[in-house]
Design a protein around this ligand. Structure first.
Ligand code: BES
Ligand code: ZN
Length: 855
């Protein structure tokens, strides 16, 4: 091993691989600590490449033998791979390596989880399985044989043959190595069949451990709905005879789209009313769809290199959002998506980790599966669709699939099909892919003689490595309301392209109230001074459901900020407006529940920092508590009726309608608990017959006090269920009162069931605590130290998950000097560790740069 600093990779340095692969044959003899992998790979010189050096990636592999065209060779081996002289004509490479899946705690490559073998190869895990050009632009058909005495043996593609202790699979569709998968275990399937629009009969299986049998029905149902939806909306049919999904308990991410063999974190497959919440069901539906949709946007058409990641992830997130909107309420889905975008992507874009949707360099690609690549990438596609219209979008996608099927593509290829299909020049639009940072759109207005003018200015702040930014194309959807609440201009899209421009509306009888950025038509921050009365007016009258919610949200944000900075009382205008929404029975209960949710502590800290005020996490927490109690009191007469009215009689259904009612009911329960000492919440907890209600009531008790007995009861009841216990761990760390949070979290890490090598459990406790803003940012620095200690510990066994969790420190530079000093010290302590992973090394470097930016 060398100690040299890991070198970054640059987009501009891309060159094609010197060889094409015609066929891959793999043979696995599975053994926990001595698995043998034999590979037979047909290579041929790539006419499109100049560089003919034969280098195969390979990490942590013991080479047993290697041969070219049947003659043994002795390659030169480094920690990154091997090189070897090769013929100038087509040749067959054969190699046998040994690996130890049972010792693989990084959960990348071939590893073991609960006695079962599984793989995770994206982005660069295949090189831990055998020597190979492990890059997405090398695509090949794979044939796989697995020898193992476990009963279920799976790989990509279609089954060829099987017997006791072996199975053979063939995947005819050329694919990059990151989509390879293998699973072996004692598993049971929940199965169905699907006939595609092209008449293909497909066998569908969701594989789980025997103990989890019976919890895969919803995942299977979601799969069938996804397959149907992709045929109807995108004209994309499935292309193999089987589709397998496997649930594994130890998994770094949510799920993975391996061709014909999706591997899922078990939390996004397993569900029963007693163990899964409404949110879990919603996530399962969405993630099953997401991975299924990758079959076309990712597998059939993949990425040329990892800089193009948003080509598949941004697009597939956009597709899964459309699907969820169709399955549930489009308005509620949009609001939820924007809440996540702001909480994660705006936060990222505004801090030391900011990067463009298509980054220009990276050191460890695993660190770039980010909110920007995913969520902002999806927003960019939403804007594109708005600009070219649904028909233009459909034409562009048809062209994309027709032209690029079987290829590894770039963002340029993607934009090109839009230009050709719609005739639109996207040169300026492309800046969304290259410029980091969230654009600010400043709006002022005047009204004279029936003419209303909006003055619009856009500006994007500097981000690490990017100073001046050029104006971007911003589709601004807007409507105008007359003072009596009528809509005088229905939704219209204005395209901002200049740093400053005006929009003029003539012939108006009175000065209108503008409803700007309807549907959140662009991922920007709108800056406009508006009176609380105007926001309350929009909350009552806006016809755009997103902006109706947004009016209430921004009003709440203003009120809370005044409470923090001026010790103000909660504005009565806000409380009255909220009461009106809650009382409005024609409104979707899910929408009303969202309106009752206050902006989070981190969002408030960000808003304060944006205004040049150093946020005080404790003051923010306290103000939020006061605001909740004020809402509880002001709406006091409404709660019991609402609570009774939102009951869901009959058997549990995870559908949006009942879920919305439960959400509103639990919101009412939460406010009631501030007035009745939690009596109703205790009763609700005791009577709950589904996990949404059980965990909902438990959360209320944790927030308002008196949860101890319920926590014990919950642990006794669910101690055997990993996924349910993750909730128990997570809630306590997230909801602990600021002054107790460090101690509570430390105690959780000493709990016998804190199996910290399991990513879900680690995320529940350490991630949960990091989301407890006032606790994590404890002035003593104890929160920073606690997280840093655990990141160091996890980094040694699982760099990928550890590095992801380091984003807890993303906002450290916005706080006061005392906190900054302590956070910086914690980060420096991590950075100084010997043997730190490349993943974590890159993250702490970038995080520490925040100090230099802020200084
Ligand atoms: N391709 C990813 C999974 C992945 C990410 C593997 C990073 C390796 C490294 C998959 O399609 C994905 O995006 N999964 C998301 C969930 C999805 C619904 C956004 C995940 O795992 O969080
Ligand atoms: Zn994905």
């Amino acid at each position: 091993m060398t100690d040299a600093a890991p070198q970054p990779v640059f987009l501009k340095d891309y060159t094609p691989f010197g060889f094409l692969v015609d066929q891959v044959e793999l043979n696995f003899h599975l053994q926990p600590t001595a698995t043998r992998v034999r590979a037979k790979i047909a290579f041929r010189p790539n006419p499109a490449a100049r560089d003919r050096r034969f280098f195969l990636h390979g990490e942590d592999l013991t080479l047993i033998s290697a041969a070219i065209d049947g003659s043994p060779v002795t390659p030169e081996i480094t920690p990154e791979g091997l090189s070897c002289p090769v013929p100038e004509a087509p040749f067959v490479w054969e190699a046998e390596v040994e690996i130890a899946p049972a010792e693989n705690t990084a959960l990348e490559g071939l590893y073991m989880s609960n006695g079962m073998y599984c793989t995770q190869c994206e982005a660069e895990g295949f090189r831990k399985i055998t020597f190979y050009p492990d890059r997405p632009d090398v695509m090949a058909p794979f044939r796989v044989r697995v020898d193992c005495d476990l009963p279920v043996l799976l790989s990509n593609g279609n089954p060829v043959a099987q017997g006791a202790g072996w199975a053979e699979w063939n995947d005819p569709w050329p694919k990059p190595s990151y989509l390879f998968a293998l699973v072996a275990g004692e598993l049971v399937a929940t199965s169905d069949r699907f006939t595609t629009s092209e008449g293909r009969e497909v066998a569908l299986n969701v594989w789980v451990r025997p103990a989890d049998q019976g919890k895969a029905d919803y995942a299977l149902d979601s799969l069938i709905r996804s397959m149907k939806w992709d045929e109807e909306v995108y004209g994309r049919a499935y292309d193999l005879d089987v589709f397998n999904i496997v649930a594994v308990d130890d998994f770094n991410m949510g799920a993975m789209e391996n061709k014909g063999l999706n591997v899922f974190n078990s939390r996004y497959v397993l569900a029963s009313p007693e163990t899964a919440t409404d949110r879990d069901y919603e996530n399962i539906e969405r993630i099953i769809a997401h991975e299924y949709f990758h079959n076309w946007t990712g597998d059939r058409i993949t990425c040329r290199d990892w800089f193009q990641l948003s080509l598949k992830e941004g697009l597939t997130v956009f597709r899964d959002s459309q699907f969820s909107a169709d399955m549930r309420s489009a308005a509620v889905k949009r609001i939820e998506d924007v809440m996540t975008l702001r909480a994660r992507q705006f936060r990222e874009d505004n801090g030391p980790l900011a990067h463009p949707v298509r980054p220009e360099s990276y050191t460890e690609i695993n660190n770039f599966y980010t909110a920007t690549v995913y969520e902002k990438g999806a927003e960019v596609i939403g804007m594109l669709r708005r600009l070219v219209g649904p028909e233009g979008y459909a034409r562009a996608l048809d062209l994309y699939f027709a032209r690029h099927d079987g290829q590894a593509c770039t963002i340029e290829d993607w934009l090109q099909v839009f230009e050709e299909a719609t005739g639109r020049d996207l040169t300026q639009f492309k800046r969304w892919y290259s410029q980091a940072g969230t654009p600010r759109v400043k709006v002022t207005e005047d009204f004279k003689d029936g003419t209303y003018t909006l003055h619009l200015e856009q500006k994007t702040p500097p981000t690490p490595g990017q100073g001046e930014k050029q104006p971007q194309v911003i589709p601004l959807a807007l409507g105008l309301l007359s003072p009596n609440g009528d809509e005088v201009l229905p939704t219209t899209v204005i395209e901002l392209t200049e740093a400053r421009q005006d929009a003029v509306f003539e012939g108006l009888g009175a000065k209108p109230v503008p409803s700007l950025l309807r549907g959140f038509s662009a991922p920007v921050i709108l800056e406009r001074d508006s009176a609380p009365e105007e926001r309350a007016f929009l909350l009552a009258h806006d016809t755009d459901p997103f902006n109706k919610w947004e009016a209430g949200r921004s009003l709440a944000r203003e009120v809370l900020i005044a409470m923090v900075t001026e010790d103000a009382a909660p504005a009565p205008a806000w409380l009255d407006a909220l009461a009106a929404v809650v009382r409005h029975e024609a409104l979707d209960p899910a929408f009303r529940a969202l309106a009752l949710r206050l902006p989070g502590e981190d969002e408030l800290a960000e808003a304060l920092a944006e205004r040049g005020t150093v946020p005080d996490p404790l003051a923010i927490h306290a103000a939020r508590e006061r605001a909740k109690t004020a809402v509880a009191r002001h709406l006091d007469p409404l709660w019991p009726g609402l609570y009774a009215q939102m009951d869901c009689p009959g058997p549990y259904s995870p559908g949006a309608a009942d879920a919305g009612r439960r959400a509103l009911r639990l919101a009412a329960l939460g406010y009631m608990a501030r007035l009745d000492g939690g009596a109703r919440a205790q009763a609700h907890f005791a009577a709950a017959d589904n996990m949404t209600d059980e965990i909902g009531a438990l959360s209320v008790l944790l927030e308002t006090g008196g949860a101890d007995e319920a926590l014990d009861r919950f642990a006794r009841r669910w101690g055997h269920d990993r996924l349910v216990m993750d909730k128990w761990f997570g809630l306590q760390a997230t909801l602990a009162a600021p002054e107790r949070a460090v101690a509570v979290t430390r105690a959780l890490t000493e709990h016998p069931q804190f199996t910290w090598k399991n990513p879900n459990r680690f995320r529940a406790v350490i991630g949960g605590f990091s989301a407890n803003a006032a606790g994590f940012h404890d002035a003593s620095g104890a929160g920073y130290d606690l997280v840093a200690d655990w990141l160091i510990r996890l980094d040694a066994v699982n760099p990928q998950t550890a590095a992801r969790m380091s984003t807890a420190f993303e906002t450290w530079a916005r706080y006061d000097a005392g906190r900054r000093e302590k956070a910086q010290a914690a980060l420096e302590r991590i950075a100084a560790r010997e043997g730190l992973s490349r993943d974590m090394g890159e993250m702490v470097d970038r995080l520490l740069a925040a100090g230099r930016i802020a200084a």
